[in-house]
Design a protein around this ligand. Structure first.
Ligand code: COA
Ligand code: AMP
Length: 638
């Protein structure tokens, strides 16, 4: 039973005739072999889109755009307030530079199917590196520059790259962060060793290229022969993007070439309502799915101009940067995470800076990555005077699953809702028993299989984990990990994760991984890490710690040591600042920690104490500790 009222004919057709619907969308792409098989199941029982099609994603995104007459149009505009550099790169320049870089990678041994890790900051060379891999049919894996060596090492071991691409540094506000020591440490920790590390020298910091494996980007590229595009199967992987699961081992989300390109081109008009030649400004790091899809592949595949910002929404130099960029480059759509607007609003609540800029080109603002809280939505609508679209998606989907599809039918905005399911996504809210729930009943947000093009076909070299994590809980459905409900008008409300994943300043993090690290401290007997509401970051992790008997470490010392540990192991982005020492954790009579109960206590909402709890008296202590933490966080980040 579908609990949703129909959106429109297009949505209905995408579900009743997916082959016909997606074959039509696929016609927008320059295939080297046009697919005749649209949605099929492979030998492993996995959904595959366009299985007999062949294309090259870099060709479709770059060379083809030049052939279509976009050679002189800007493909990228790089604006870096942290270095004072602005650079425009036309489609023709992009094609030539990417071909040259691909030639350099080929000379270093990279070929079809080989993996390349990209550990780089927000500079155009990072996007070129992604495209150069796509050109060769190689599989890139971008690792967010804020991750610590330990995280990078895990990804190196899983992806087993032939080459790692890096730069001499990233820049955080006015702080130069040298990358080479981080990469060296990751290589020391990793078992797998790449053959080469190709390093882009930046003037802010000189890396030592005499070290083993290192090669200089500029000179290697200058000596290379340009590489042509290698046609690949639509089902071949384009990239792997690691995301937090519920354990310390991140999930390697696989993105294919064909379904990805079709879905993104479709979304550019159907959701974002952008025409070729228009300008999209997506303020997200390349290391996240949003950066992959809407800073690089989506806009280029659709012949748009993509603005790349190296800097933050605030203090680089001020909270007017986003508005300046919209004005200077005539951006038509601005896309970022709500946390960025909360940061802007905090610095410029009366929008004084905003009024200095002309936003007349702006058609809409899109936000994703976390629920857009209604006050931020209202403020944004007021200061921009354009539709503000909260839309829901995940690294796994690679493009929006629920949105206000402005290119089809702009629906009235309801604060707190990500609006209606996007074409191709059969969103269902299921109860504990796997039965679809009715309107306004909160449950598990699931997608009826098959998933549409663009979504992950599996996890990198781990199909059993793919099935276990996403498909086994409710047979026939994909489990998103989010809870939510659908109202009487078919609007979807995503209320937050129902698993051990939290969202900190738009960054998805695993509390399970944090617990593994906290538990490794010699004084810790057991722990639970939960997300707690934060007015700026959405959520922040808080640890509840039970000490081993006889420990003399003070709570303050322990907190300091754990903060340092998590910063070193995961990275500063984890924003772990609070470790609360408690006598016991709530458990079942069989000794299992009641994580859901702790999450509910952290949320501060009323709830029923589970009958299986071994000692109800413990709840009071935990609740008090969390209330104090919540008030402190609200005060610090208000
Ligand atoms: N390299 C190195 N360190 C990084 C980094 C990177 N690429 N990105 C973040 N960090 C560090 C920061 O410097 C900071 O370190 P500190 O504790 O030493 O100050 C820490 O990680 C936390 O960073 P962040 O969460 O970004 O906090 P912030 O105060 O620097 O900025 C926001 C806050 C809200 C402005 C910022 O998080 C933001 O713009 N978020 C939008 C997120 C986003 O785009 N998500 C993508 C989904 S659309
Ligand atoms: P990521 O994979 O990093 O993009 O994170 C995906 C998770 O972010 C989702 O599972 C949600 O928990 C959350 N999320 C993303 N977009 C939204 C949204 N518009 N509303 C609510 N939660 C969101």
């Amino acid at each position: 039973m579908n609990t949703l009222p129909p959106l429109n004919n297009q949505y209905q057709r995408s579900l009743t005739d997916p082959d016909g619907f997606w074959a039509e969308q696929a016609a927008a792409l320059p295939w080297s072999r046009t697919p005749s098989r649209i949605c099929t199941t492979d030998a492993d029982g996995l959904t595959r889109w366009f299985a007999d099609g062949e294309l090259n994603t870099c060709y479709a995104a770059v060379d083809y755009q030049v052939e279509q007459g976009r050679g002189e149009q800007d493909a990228f505009i790089y604006d870096s307030p942290v270095t004072g550099v602005v650079r425009r790169i036309s489609y023709r320049q992009l094609r030539d530079e990417v071909a040259q870089l691909a030639g350099a990678l080929r000379a270093l041994g990279v070929g079809h199917g080989d993996r390349v890790i990209i550990y780089m900051p927000m500079i155009p060379e990072t996007a070129m590196a992604m495209l150069a891999c796509a050109r060769l049919g190689a599989v890139h894996s971008v690792v967010f520059g804020g991750f610590a060596p330990h995280e990078l090492a895990i990804r190196i071991d899983d992806a087993q790259p032939v080459v790692v691409l890096t730069a001499s540094c990233g820049i955080e506000f006015d702080r130069v962060i040298p990358y080479q020591p981080l990469l060296n440490e990751a290589l020391r920790l990793a078992t797998h060793q790449p053959d080469h590390c190709l390093l882009f020298q930046r003037p802010q910091c000189e890396a030592d290229l005499s070290l083993p494996r290192y090669a200089d980007w500029a000179s290697t590229v200058a000596q290379a022969q340009p590489a042509e595009c290698v046609p690949v199967a639509a089902t071949d992987p384009l990239y792997i993007l690691y995301t937090s699961g519920t354990t310390g081992k991140p999930k390697g989300i696989v993105r294919d070439n064909g379904g990805h390109a079709v879905a993104l081109v479709y979304s550019m008009t159907a959701i974002y309502n952008l025409q070729p030649g228009q300008v999209l400004f997506t303020a997200s790091d390349f290391g996240w799915a949003v950066g992959h899809s809407y800073s690089v592949y989506g806009p280029l595949l659709h012949g748009c101009t993509s603005v790349i910002l190296e800097g933050k929404p605030v203090r680089t130099p001020d909270a007017g940067t986003f508005w300046r960029i919209v004005q200077d480059y005539g951006a038509n759509v601005l896309f970022t995470a709500p946390t960025a607007f909360r940061a802007i609003r905090k610095e410029d609540p009366n929008a004084t800076l905003r009024r200095q800029y002309d936003l007349s080109t702006l058609q809409a603002v899109f936000v994703a990555g976390e629920r857009c809280d209604p006050p931020t939505l209202a403020w944004l609508q007021l200061v921009t005077n354009v539709p503000v679209v909260d839309h829901w998606w995940q690294t796994e989907s690679g493009w929006p699953m629920v949105a206000n599809q402005l290119g089809i039918e702009a629906l009235p905005v309801k604060p707190g809702s990500a609006t209606r399911p996007v074409c191709g996504y059969d969103v269902q809210i299921l109860g504990e028993d796997g039965q679809p729930l009715g309107p306004n009943e909160e449950g598990y947000v699931c997608l009826k299989l098959p998933l549409p093009p663009g979504c992950l076909p599996t996890l990198w070299r781990d199909t059993p984990r793919f099935r276990d994590a996403y498909l086994s809980r409710f047979p026939g459905y994909y489990l998103s990990g989010d809870g939510g409900y659908v109202d009487n008008d078919g609007y979807v409300f995503i209320m937050g994760r129902v698993d051990d994943v939290i969202n900190v300043a738009g960054h998805r993090l695993s509390t399970g991984e944090m617990e593994e690290l906290v538990s490794s401290h010699p004084a810790v007997a057991e722990c639970a890490v939960v997300g707690i509401a934060c007015p700026l970051r959405g959520q922040r992790p808080v640890g509840l710690i039970v000490l081993k008997d006889g420990q003399t470490i003070t709570p303050t010392e322990l907190e300091q040591e754990l903060v340092t540990l998590l910063r070193e192991k995961i990275g500063a982005l984890a924003w772990f600042r609070n470790a609360l020492t408690v006598k016991r954790l709530p458990k079942t009579r069989s000794g299992k920690i009641l994580r859901k109960t702790i999450r509910q206590l952290a949320d501060g909402e009323p709830f029923d104490i589970p009958p299986t709890i071994d000692d109800p008296a413990i709840i009071g202590e935990i609740r008090d500790a969390l209330v104090v933490a919540r008030v402190g966080i609200a005060f610090a980040d208000a």
